[in-house]
Design a protein around this ligand. Structure first.
Ligand SMILES: Nc1ncnc2c1ncn2[C@@H]1O[C@H](COP(=O)(O)OP(=O)(O)O)[C@@H](O)[C@H]1O
Ligand SMILES: [Mg+2]
Length: 552
């Protein structure tokens, strides 16, 4: 394991106060639990056998008092424990989510959403359960066990040997079971990820599956996944039950040994009846902690599997870093862009382009054309710093993009992306993504200019905009760009999905509204490119100026 459990300590460190509180309460609860058999011994030897009613009454009062106190301590403990547990869980989940927010689009393109989801959800919860439940239970078990052993030794030291003669055997058995358990658990977690992956994918593409008549095939795959999951679950549970049952069996044997040896001692008169009863009660209480400690071996395997799966996300390198000390754009910034020997590859494959040079003057409308798949959208992603060039640099008004504050860069350069993603919420929510503080009037104006206002600002759009047409999604993205009020506007095939007439109208609106801003228009529609001062063509050989008139 690459990480060991060190990351877990970092999770607990901010909460050491709470940890101490919970441990203190556990210790108090353990002490109260330890008192009970001792009181039983007193009741039998000094009360019942000695025929002392006042001792019986007083001991009963003490037993009641201890039970009431245990109730209070238990409630206190549970409350603080829950708070601690929740804080650890959410801190880890927030850390994973925060890291995911910084990962490049490629990361998400190459993984199934369900798989990532199962790590944030199931695996993080597993790690949290280990950190909080198991670690606390272990400390508690050690305390109870130590206390119990001390009292047992005081009661009848001769009986310790028969009580714990089987312990080494139990430990050996538990250690043997460990690697097998780890394999079973990892497979179960993977099955879980496959299942989530299948569901997320299947739900998102339900319409496509229906159109292709693939329902029966998907249903069969789903049921196969379920079957495999159930098979593995049963295997793991059976194994876990057997592995968990062995300590109980061995403990039963130990109890029998104690009664045999203890019976002889009572008959000899070296041990009182009360002491033997108390001793066996303590032995019963030692079973729990011993099982907890043995179970810990299995629990930590489970947790390691999950921890590794969570750490895989946290170890994923971030593609772009926000500069520690960002440079400011010059006061005269007007949206001039320069590409300086830009080379980029997605990793794995060859470069998408290499050594691109270009100058896009401030305030100009520039067309970008090129065959499909040549890298136009990739270039836009570089402009928005979803990735950084492998070599070379991109400058905005003379400042390398890598030196600008990321949020400012993405405000100054607005991108209307090819696929125009939409978030669940109202139309207004979607427009406000660009500027959360924008007032209603501004949002309305942007919606009207982008010709989306007639849909109603409070209309809910489904998840991923399923209730909007492609053209409506693009107009929504244009409304967002209008709200941003950027220096540079990039339209990546932005009006490809609207009808010709609306496309023309929107192109004109954009040209009017962004008249003095830099516009980079990727399109194959001559209308969208009309009025461009410069057309650049992306070819395998690089960026080449294209005669503007040829397209217009
Ligand atoms: N996330 C990605 N990971 C790997 N390759 C990618 C990724 N996105 C795009 N590509 C590849 O990069 C090339 C350029 O794609 P793209 O920029 O979308 O082209 P265009 O917008 O010009 O049609 C294509 O060959 C495409 O398959
Ligand atoms: Mg594209």
């Amino acid at each position: 394991m690459a990480h060991g459990f060190r990351p877990l300590f970092h999770l607990l460190r901010p909460h050491l106060g709470s940890v101490a509180l919970v441990l203190g309460a556990s210790a108090a609860a353990s002490a109260l639990a330890l008192a009970q058999p001792w009181l039983a011994k007193r009741l039998i030897d000094d009360g019942l056998i000695a025929r002392q009613m006042p001792v019986v009454a007083a001991t009963c009062a003490l037993i009641l008092g201890a039970a009431l106190l245990a109730l209070g301590v238990g409630a206190f403990n549970r409350w603080h424990y829950l708070t601690l547990s929740g804080k650890v869980l959410f801190a880890l989940r927030e850390r994973v989510f925060g890291h995911l927010q910084r990962l490049p689009p490629t990361y998400f393109a190459r993984r199934s959403t369900g798989e990532i989801l199962s790590r944030i959800d199931g695996d993080v919860a597993e790690v949290q359960r280990f950190v909080v439940d198991t670690v606390l239970a272990t400390v508690n078990a050690v305390l109870v066990l130590a206390g119990t052993l001390a009292v047992m030794a005081a009661l009848a030291p001769q009986l310790l040997a028969p009580a714990f003669v089987l312990l080494p055997l139990q430990i050996v058995v538990a250690r043997r079971l460990r690697p097998r358990m780890e394999r079973l658990v990892r497979r179960l977690r993977e099955r879980n990820g496959e299942m989530s992956g299948f569901l997320v994918h299947g739900l998102q593409s339900m319409k496509l599956i229906q159109a292709m008549g693939g329902e029966a095939r998907d249903a069969a795959r789903f049921s196969a996944l379920n079957r495999h999951y159930l098979d593995d679950l049963r295997r793991a549970e059976l194994f876990s039950a057997v592995a968990g049952g062995i300590p109980g069996l061995l403990n039963g044997l130990a109890a029998a040994a104690v009664f045999l040896a203890g019976g002889l001692l009572v008959m000899e008169g070296t041990v009182t009846v009360g002491a033997l009863v108390a001793f066996t009660l303590y032995l019963g209480r030692a079973v729990g902690p011993v099982n907890t400690l043995l179970g810990l071996i299995l629990a930590q395997r489970r947790a390691r599997v999950s921890l590794d799966r969570v750490m895989e996300i946290l170890d994923e390198p971030v593609a772009v870093e926000n500069p520690p000390v960002p440079l400011a754009l010059p006061a005269t910034a007007a949206g001039a862009i320069r590409l300086d020997a830009v080379t980029f590859s997605y990793g794995g494959g060859g470069p998408v382009f290499s050594g691109l040079d270009a100058v896009i003057p401030a305030g100009a409308k520039v067309g970008l054309v090129g065959a499909s798949g040549i890298g136009k959208s990739t270039l836009v992603d570089l402009l928005h710093r979803h990735y950084d060039p492998d070599r070379g640099r991109i400058l905005l008004d003379g400042v390398d993009l890598r030196h600008l504050d990321l949020a400012e860069l993405r405000r100054r350069i607005a991108v209307v992306a090819q696929d125009s993603p939409v978030v669940a919420g109202t139309i207004a929510d979607n427009i406000r993504l660009a500027a959360p503080d924008a007032d209603d009037r501004t949002v309305e104006r942007a919606a009207a200019l982008a010709e989306i206002g007639h849909l109603g600002l409070d209309t809910l759009v489904g998840e991923r905009g399923a209730t909007l047409s492609g053209g409506e999604r693009q107009r929504l993205a244009i409304a967002r760009a209008l709200l941003l009020d950027p220096l540079v506007l990039v339209l990546d095939e932005a009006v490809s999905a609207v009808d010709l007439e609306s496309g023309r109208r929107i192109a004109r609106t954009i040209d009017t509204l962004f008249h003095h801003r830099t516009r980079i228009v990727i399109s194959h529609h001559p209308d969208a490119l009309a009025g461009a001062g410069l057309i650049l063509e992306l070819t395998p050989a690089g960026l080449r100026p294209h005669a503007a008139e040829a397209v217009a």
